[in-house]
Design a protein around this ligand. Structure first.
Ligand code: R2B
Ligand code: URA
Length: 327
């Protein structure tokens, strides 16, 4: 009787998807096409211990993050990554995304823009589910952004995302109908990462993030190939955003927050600003300078993960319920 009870509990705490049609549930193979993984592989052995997924735009950053986390976790007493994981080598296909596993952490790139992030998140959620990962897995987007009235190098922890129409929601046409989803992010997780940043002396702030489908006109730049508005109109727009509580602009947060919210996956968005958009449009920093800024944001996430992983690996046995609006 006791074992039946615990098995039920175990099943209840596996990350749940919202799809009654999944091939992998009916004994057929489900192909996670863009990751190059499928359910005929030993996904439970490969990924069953995953507790955190860190994702950002570029493959090289996913690799840097994996290598840095790998080397830093060697020095954390009691960190589960000391148990040999698969190490910082890519797993699966690399023509679309680059995925690494470091102990209980996946580092994976999501490409640029919401369509690319959407494909990655659908397949990562299915991977976590098929691998039997728990429903308290946390997904963090650690990326870059343009700041609004904050100096370059500031790490913005998003409280929610606005779309290109300045709506605090994400709209996706599904079967030809407009569907609107909440983009409010977990306030407790945002605060926890914010506090880690303060303690580490990193310039951090919390605020809203605007997600656009266009780096140039969508973000009010005047330096794209097309621009039919004035510099004055641009600044009016940027100041309007600032007044709405927006502190940075990037290209994935609305989809990311809505998707993770719909599946009740704990998530956070931690983006370093590489420019202050109130001062200009062009990113004039060298690659080395930009990398240094980006690494500041990624390092904050590593500090957060080290804290979580070293505090107690048994904390993963306490399932937490995400407190945010359900769609
Ligand atoms: C930040 O940087 C990229 C555009 O340069 C985009 O993916 C984003 O969100
Ligand atoms: N990424 C963006 O999307 N916008 C910026 O201004 C900088 C990085």
């Amino acid at each position: 009787m006791a074992s039946v009870e615990s098995e039920r509990e175990e099943k209840a705490s596996v990350l749940k998807l919202k799809n009654p049609n999944l091939p992998g549930e009916g004994g057929e193979v489900d192909y996670l096409y863009h990751l190059g993984l499928d359910t005929s592989m030993p996904l439970k052995e490969m990924f069953g211990d995953v507790r955190f997924v860190v994702t950002g735009g570029s493959p090289s950053r996913a690799q840097w993050f994996a290598q840095e986390l790998y080397s830093q976790l060697q020095h954390v007493e009691g960190a589960p990554a000391r148990v040999p994981g698969l190490g910082p080598v890519t797993i699966g296909k690399t023509d679309r995304y680059s995925l690494y596993k470091i102990g209980p952490v996946i580092s994976v790139s999501h490409g640029m823009g919401m369509p690319s992030a959407s494909i990655l998140l659908h397949e990562i959620a299915k991977l976590l589910h098929y691998a039997g990962c728990r429903d308290d897995v946390t997904i963090i987007r650690a990326g870059t952004s343009g700041g609004l009235g904050v100096p370059a190098g500031t790490v913005v922890i998003s409280t929610s995302a606005l779309d290109g129409h300045l709506r605090e929601s994400y709209t996706l046409p599904i079967l030809g109908k407009e569907r609107v989803f909440s983009t409010v992010l977990d306030p407790e997780l945002a605060e926890e990462i914010f506090q880690v940043g303060l303690e580490a002396g990193v310039p951090v702030c919390k605020g809203k993030t605007m997600a656009t489908d266009c780096f140039y006109e969508g973000q009010g730049r005047t330096d794209g190939a097309i621009c039919d508005y004035t510099a004055e109109e641009k600044f009016q727009f940027l100041h309007q955003l600032r007044d709405l509580g927006v502190r940075n602009i990037e290209m994935e947060s609305a989809q990311f927050s809505a998707f993770t919210g719909r599946l009740h996956i704990k998530s956070a968005i931690v983006c370093v600003t590489i420019i202050n958009r109130l001062e200009g449009d062009q990113i004039t920093t060298t690659k080395e300078e930009t990398d240094a800024l980006i690494n500041q944001g990624l390092s904050l996430v590593i500090t957060f993960l080290k804290k979580k992983l070293s505090s107690s690996s048994s904390s993963s046995s306490t399932s937490s319920t995400q407190k945010r609006p359900r769609n």
